[in-house]
Design a protein around this ligand. Structure first.
Ligand SMILES: [Zn+2]
Length: 327
């Protein structure tokens, strides 16, 4: 099958070569010299644009307690912020006009994740509050309900009905904002004949950060599902799940914490305490990818960490589908 052995790399090409991989695509920040070097090696270059890139704290997200923060790698602000959107759209324009590429990858088209602690419960910046009001949602009522939910999350779904409603309303707003922004970017990329890809969270957590697979499928040409089994930063699944568990309850050994986690993510994790350092088993990642592929079909591309386990995990897959690695 044509293209069935396509391997893409995020990060260091040298590390991929040292593992004996035959790389066919390379994903990195938009840069003329990278484009030149990679094309000389006969590799397809796809620029990666960090969507929520913030200039300063004033572009940060605002959580349910009114605290303004940058998230992810302390470099990200609210995707509703007009300054962030203007910068993003002009970067897409630069990619389309200055680099000779046919596709672009959106990274972090989302709101904060469990990695960001209580900043997860955002965003209540003025831009997002305006969206809420346009949707007929009262931001103050939503804040109250969410604050109550945070205190009673360990009992979910046995929490007051209005807090439960707040949870879904909050998720609805996030997904609405991501979808509308994605439509805007799609319009822009269509104008330039640029294909639109994105690196997104695995299905278990994506819905919480605003990434709903059902609309992502329609608005993207290729979807990279990040399946990082053992690392400690934003988007690392083991770390994100561990962080979510800590937001649910301080007692990670409480069986109810596992139950709530299962209800929020669909994941069946047995040992939370060691998750942060020992990581997730391959069966969890495979299931995540199958869930993603069930919705995204042929647009789904799994992205693994380039490690011994990552390579073992994908040996069979590589013959069947396009695979990407984070080095
Ligand atoms: Zn906001």
């Amino acid at each position: 099958m044509v293209g069935s052995r396509t391997i893409g790399i995020y990060g260091s090409l040298q590390r991929a070569y040292s593992r004996g991989l035959r790389v066919s695509e390379y994903y990195a920040r938009p840069d003329m010299s990278i484009a030149k070097r990679v094309s000389e090696e006969g590799i397809k270059y796809v620029p990666v644009v960090w969507v929520p890139e913030a200039q300063n704290l004033s572009q940060g997200v605002v959580n349910v307690f009114g605290e303004r923060r940058l998230f992810a790698f302390s470099n990200s602000g609210c995707i509703s912020n007009l300054g962030i959107r203007d910068k993003l759209l002009s970067t897409i324009e630069d990619v389309a006009t200055k680099l000779e590429v046919d596709s672009v990858i959106l990274d972090a088209i989302r709101f904060p994740s469990p990695h960001d602690g209580l900043t997860l419960f955002s965003c209540f910046c003025n831009y997002c509050q305006k969206v809420m009001k346009d949707l007929g949602i009262d931001p103050e009522k939503l804040k109250l309900g969410l604050r109550k939910l945070i205190r009673s999350l360990h009992r979910y779904p046995y929490v007051e009905l209005n807090s439960l409603e707040s949870l879904y309303t909050w998720i609805r707003v996030r997904q609405h904002i991501v979808r509308e922004l994605l439509k805007l970017i799609r319009e822009k990329s269509n104008n330039y004949g640029l294909k639109l890809w994105a690196a997104i969270f695995p299905p278990s957590l994506a819905w919480l950060v605003g990434q709903n697979y059902t609309f992502m499928k329609d608005l993207l040409d290729e979807v990279h599902v990040m399946l990082y089994h053992r690392c400690g930063g934003a988007a690392c699944l083991n770390h994100e799940v561990y962080s979510l568990a800590k937001l649910i309850s301080r007692d990670l050994r409480d069986p109810n914490t596992l139950r709530v986690l299962r209800m929020l993510t669909g994941l069946d994790i047995e040992d939370l305490e060691h998750l942060e350092y020992e990581g997730l088993g391959s069966e969890v990642l495979v299931r995540e990818f199958i869930n993603a592929k069930n919705i995204l079909g042929g647009k789904a591309v799994p992205v693994f960490q380039l490690s011994k386990e990552g390579l073992e995990m994908t040996r069979k897959l590589r013959a069947l589908v396009k695979v990407a690695y984070l080095t």
